[in-house]
Ligand binder design. Structure first.
Ligand code: FNR
Length: 361
């Protein structure tokens, strides 16, 4: 990297802020209502300390993990975020190439501005051997025919898991966007996964429905209608984690949507111990929200997460330098995790235990 290149994820954010249209920057950076949860996601990591072990004698670290049969080069995956073409003309194609080139699992958003099949093709170009490690995020639609068509598209594109976001019965209120009058994608961009779905004109783009009617019976229906692993994203109450197990869910993404849905939900890292206890090791728990440093990753893994996701930092990388920027964000974080593991006396995420994490007085 050159002397002016960002050295860490927060510097990527600053660089993105100086290049992205301020209205779009607010859309990416902002949260719901008073943005209490948005701030707390990051702040909560800062309230935790790491207590390392010494003299354990590991020459090298092993960062690889495998999730639902997908090998990954680090325990950091790309959380689903909408509208990548807002910040880079290549949009999700560039993100997918960076993911494939670095061996990172990418969760494709239902609200992507490139169709999932085209994203998968871009990933395959970048890493023909391994094939794309793509998962598909969806909001269950009140019209099951529409959900079925989306799942069929994702499956045909080679998606290896479905991530159902359940924290959005209605849209969270983003006052920055209201103030800025940012209500819709600019001309020439659309949610391409929603184009040409059943019940509409062949070329029309159906709006994404967020429906308060969606319930566990819909999860049961999805569970029956696909053989892909089904994860729920946005479960934060331990009782819902237990219900998820009973409904045959394969994994959880512990997430408060990066502070963009219900404001004043606790930081995800503060919720992690209770969710891990509720799940009791039966299914993987992936955490996202506020992960910005290798030490954040290590804290989450030590407290029982199988992996973590990053949302905004990927968009900062994409905005600053397209595919290269995303690669750099992923590589920087991976290096930080490697160094933090070594400094904790750990050879792999498996060596991280809850006793390494202390609350600050
Ligand atoms: C999101 N997130 C999100 N989640 C989801 O399930 N579907 C989506 O389409 C989106 N879109 C989206 C857009 C933008 C701009 C942001 C910032 C976030 C939430 C995302 O998956 C993740 O939970 C958070 O971004 C994680 O927090 P950090 O890493 O951004 O702090």
């Amino acid at each position: 990297p050159g002397p002016a290149d960002p050295l860490n994820l927060r510097e990527f954010q600053a660089a993105a802020k100086s290049t992205v249209d301020p209205v779009y920057y607010d859309y990416l950076a902002g949260g719901a209502w008073d943005e209490v949860t948005l701030r707390d996601n990051e702040a909560a990591f800062g309230r935790l300390s790491l207590l390392p072990r010494v003299l354990r004698g590991h020459e090298k670290r092993e960062l690889d993990v495998s999730l639902f049969g997908c090998p990954a080069s680090s325990p950091v995956l790309i959380s689903p975020t909408a509208f990548h073409r807002l910040v880079h003309p290549e949009g999700e194609r560039a993100t997918a190439r960076a993911a494939a080139a670095t061996g990172t699992i990418m969760v494709v958003s239902m609200a992507a501005t490139v169709a999932v099949g085209d994203i998968a093709a871009a990933a395959r170009e970048a890493a023909p051997e391994g094939g794309p490690a793509l998962w598909f995020q969806l909001y269950l639609q009140p019209d099951r025919e529409v959900t079925e068509a989306l799942v069929a598209r994702a499956t045909a594109a080679g998606a290896r898991a479905l991530v159902v976001t359940v924290d959005s019965p209605v849209f969270g209120t983003h006052e920055r966007d209201r103030r800025n009058g940012f209500l819709d994608l600019p001309a020439g961009m659309a949610c391409e996964n929603m184009r040409g779905l059943p019940g509409g004109e062949p070329d029309a783009v159906r709006p994404i429905a967020m429906s308060p009617r969606i319930c566990w019976a819909d999860v049961d229906w999805l569970r029956r209608s696909t053989s892909l692993p089904v994860l729920l994203k946005g479960v934060v109450h331990p009782e819902d984690a237990r219900l998820a197990l009973r409904h045959g869910v394969d994994g959880l993404v512990l997430s408060n949507h990066g502070g963009r849905q219900l404001d004043t939900v606790p930081a995800t890292i503060d919720l992690l111990p209770d969710i891990v206890a509720a799940v009791g090791g039966r299914i993987p728990v992936i955490l996202d929200g506020g992960v910005r440093r290798g030490t954040d990753v290590v804290k989450a893994l030590a407290l029982g997460a199988s992996a973590v996701g990053i949302g905004r930092p990927v968009l900062w990388g994409l905005a600053v330098d397209g595919e290269r920027g995303v690669r750099r964000v992923l590589d920087l974080l991976r290096d930080e995790v490697d160094t933090a593991l070594a400094l904790c006396g750990a050879a792999s995420p498996r060596d991280l235990t809850p006793d390494l994490v202390r609350g600050r007085p």
